[in-house]
Design a protein around this ligand. Structure first.
Ligand code: ATP
Ligand code: MG
Length: 692
């Protein structure tokens, strides 16, 4: 059909019957699946037949047991990992109700393990030492490298021994400021091996952001490299670190050691600024250390890492994850949400500076013994076909990326995609923002040749791993919906008063109960943890996101709740209006915010980026508004269209609506902190175009 839908089995052939998990019943009650067929994208027979979870009822069986007996469910899975000593009873304990006292979550407490050991040593012990762990693809095509599991362990141990030698101990913080070199996951794993707590800071952050983080976690050592080539630009990372270390030292946090990797292709040693006594070249010291290193056995609840959120809504929060639950959760979500098999080659385009790079470049895949592609460069260098070039080169079978990348590639034309084979692809994934249905369809139809299911994974830095996600092969997808909860996750949608809404509904997305990957605190500020996440709706974890559930029980993320717009009493999610705009053939990207409106309470103000080569005109403006009227209704028609050659985005590529709201309401002196923006110049450009 026109939508390239694959029809396999009619939903009505699935068994019916009311189970104890009523919200998911639509999935097995074939007759009640209310959607038009065209909204559904069904997995192919072949895919489902080989999938870990091959049907809705298999999922429901597992899901039910995960909810009814979380301890039994998770201890069964956790037993597949290596534990020096098994955890004590109970498997978990929690207080998620602020009215009952301190918020406290613990999983597998008393269990003694090490996540690095489970990522490397156990994989090698199972006979996979010669399997490729990492394919590294440099910024320049043709520059590449790889490491087997044996080699990776060897490199990790050398660095771990070095860290121990300079006095890094269990519980000490290590700050890592590296680009996507193999040394980045190596550094994370080396910390984990010795029980040190890593804090990776995305190597696109400014020295001020670095100072903030150094002051917060007081690391013993900073691990960085001298420079990196991104696209055609050279970025002098070491200079940024130098500035940060000078400032933080003046403010009372002195870092003793700056271990610097010489990234020779970007900058030679001789041309790197150096502080004698503090700075050490990685290549001079690390290779001299022994290639084996005993692991530091840690408690499941010992901290593994500290990571700051991407800062879309304000000042980043220092999210703390511990070892055991995080390990079990990232490995399990990775396996099921991507239907991972030992023969897969996996590539996630996220940087290890973000949670996605922690859970799904490093830990989740390696815990499964996967082969991971790590890419140093930019998706538009040397041209917009780079991603597919890499997919073909390494025969990537699982490709996980963000809507911002999908939209930017979509804007450049299909020929960049179609000139590559992409035959190896079998599963696609998306994370970071709601994926607009039109972007979803392009990704599905063009990139995946209508063959590969898309796992649209909703989760957060705070949740550690996937929360709401398709299991490819298990059920039909709806473009733009993250579908159903992962095992053990109980999403609830509540109204303003915190009352749980049933059936078809829309409101605030919360989670009931805990799951192993949940964060345990905000570093150094447990009170902020409690007020930010557990106070708005007592008894639940509040995600900050809005969500609606349709007749079939599918979940649709509508954006952050601060972004919900109330037009004449209609609550409109920004995501919905944006998706309608992006469905217009000339609109590449859209960001919608609410502005004060005399009559309607709030009006809709839309920033739009156009497809390459399309000029902005009054006719186009009208046709964009028309598109929204047709797709959603007249009440959602934008009051104002603002042409935006570029949008303010965080360094992880998310649109920062907070700033757009200020521009829309012309409160230009209240733009607030724009230091987490990828390109602050975009703001001035937008202000200049405000009255076009
Ligand atoms: P901050 O918390 O500092 O404002 P952030 O929320 O952008 O930053 P992250 O933890 O990286 O930091 O992002 C999580 C958020 O990203 C979610 O709360 C949600 O708004 C959005 N998100 C992630 N994945 C999806 C998805 N598949 N669909 C819709 N939204 C998503
Ligand atoms: Mg957030």
């Amino acid at each position: 059909t026109s939508n390239h839908l694959r029809h396999v089995e009619s939903m009505s052939t699935l068994p019916s019957g009311a189970g104890p998990i009523p919200k998911l019943n639509a999935l097995i009650l074939g007759e009640s699946l209310a959607s038009e067929e065209d909204d559904l994208v069904l997995p192919s027979h072949d895919f489902s037949a080989q999938a870990h979870v091959s049907s809705p009822h298999k999922y429901l069986d597992m899901y039910k047991s995960s909810i009814e007996d979380p301890a039994g469910f998770w201890s069964g899975i956790a037993s597949q990992f290596y534990w020096k000593h098994k955890w004590a009873h109970p498997v978990y304990s929690e207080n998620l109700d602020i009215r009952k006292g301190r918020i406290n979550i613990e999983w597998f407490k008393g269990g003694i393990t090490n996540i690095c050991y489970n990522c490397l040593d156990t994989i090698i012990a199972a006979g996979n030492g010669e399997k490729i762990a990492i394919y590294w693809e440099g910024n320049e095509p043709g520059v590449d490298a790889s490491l087997t599991y044996n080699q990776l362990l060897h490199r990790v141990c050398q660095l771990a021994n070095y860290l121990k030698d300079i006095g890094v101990r269990k519980g000490d913080a290590v700050l890592i400021y590296l680009p996507m070199l193999m040394e980045l996951p190596i550094a994370m794993l080396a910390c984990a091996r010795i029980g040190a707590v890593h804090s990776v800071v995305f190597a696109g952050f400014s020295s001020e952001s670095l100072v903030q983080r150094i002051m917060d976690c007081k690391p013993k050592i900073v691990i960085t490299c001298n420079a990196v080539q991104r696209g055609s630009k050279t970025i002098h990372l070491k200079d940024i670190v130098d500035t940060a270390l000078t400032h933080s030292s003046l403010s009372g946090a002195t870092v003793d050691v700056c271990l610097t990797y010489e990234n020779e292709s970007a900058l030679k040693k001789e041309n790197t600024k150096w502080v004698e006594g503090r700075d050490t070249w990685w290549q001079d010291v690390v290779p001299k250390y022994p290639a084996t290193c005993d692991v530091e056995w840690v408690d499941a609840e010992d901290p593994l890492f500290l990571l700051y959120t991407s800062g879309s809504t304000g000042k980043p929060k220092g999210v703390l994850h511990t070892t055991g639950g995080y390990m079990v959760y990232t490995a399990t979500t990775f396996k099921y949400a991507f239907d991972y098999k030992q023969s897969d080659i996996y590539w996630c385009t996220a940087d290890c500076g973000w949670i996605t790079g922690h859970s799904y470049v490093t830990y989740g895949p390696l815990l499964n013994g996967a082969t991971v592609v790590v890419f140093e460069g930019a998706p538009n260098y040397p041209d917009f076909g780079r991603c597919w070039d890499i997919v073909d080169k390494y025969k990537v079978s699982i490709f996980y990326t963000a809507p911002t990348l999908v939209r930017s590639l979509m804007r450049e034309g299909d020929e960049h995609v179609t000139r590559y084979s992409r035959k190896s692809l079998r599963v696609l994934g998306s994370v970071g923002e709601p994926i607009n249905p039109s972007a979803w369809r392009w990704f599905f139809n063009l990139v995946g040749d209508s063959r590969c299911p898309i796992s649209d994974t909703w989760w957060q830095t705070e949740t550690g791993g996937f929360m709401i996600t398709p299991l490819p092969g298990a059920w039909p997808q709806k473009p733009g919906s993250a579908t159903f909860p992962f095992f053990g996750v109980q999403p609830v949608i509540v109204d303003e008063k915190g009352a749980e809404l049933e059936g078809e509904c829309s409101g605030y997305l919360c989670v009931k109960g805990s799951w192993p990957g949940a964060f345990r605190t905000l570093y150094g500020d447990h009170e902020r943890y409690e007020t930010t996440y557990f106070s708005a709706f007592p008894g639940y974890y509040f995600s900050g996101d809005g969500c609606s559930r349709d007749k079939d029980g599918y979940h649709w993320l509508t954006g952050r709740v601060d972004d919900v717009i109330n037009v004449s009493g209609h609550r409109i999610g920004t995501a919905e209006v944006e998706s309608a705009l992006v469905a217009h053939p000339h609109c590449a990207e859209a960001a919608v915010v609410g502005v004060e409106h005399e009559v309607k309470g709030q009006g809709i103000y839309a920033f739009v980026t156009l497809v390459e080569g399309v000029p902005y005109s009054d006719d186009l403006r009208k046709s964009l508004i028309m598109t929204v009227r047709k797709q959603i209704g007249a009440f959602a028609a934008p009051d104002r269209i603002h042409w935006a050659p570029g949008l303010p985005k965080t360094r992880s590529g998310k649109i920062m609506r907070r700033i757009l709201r200020k521009i829309a309401s012309r409160q230009l002196d209240e733009l607030g902190d724009i230091s987490t923006l990828a390109d602050p110049a975009v703001v001035d450009q937008l202000i200049a175009l405000a009255d076009c």
